[in-house]
Design a protein. Sequence first.
Length: 92
Amino acid sequence: MANTSVIQSTALSRRTIVTRSVAGAAGVAVLFGLITEAAAKMSQKSVDYQDTPKNDQDCSNCSLFQEPNSCTIVDGEISPKGWCKFWAKKPG
């Protein structure tokens, strides 16, 4: 008995290429939506934000603070002398 191997064609039809492209684009759109949602800022209440520093920790020496009065992760106006539980010392 002779062994015979079946070789399947690897050629793709135009329909297959279009279908896979559309599905891939939809996947990218969903992923982008999830990333945008994850990038939403947290409320001041949820991070225990306060307008006063905690010891030597204040927003002006936090790596997340953005001059003049905002934060990369906390929503709303942020005081340079404020503090939250995600305070992280600026490098350097």
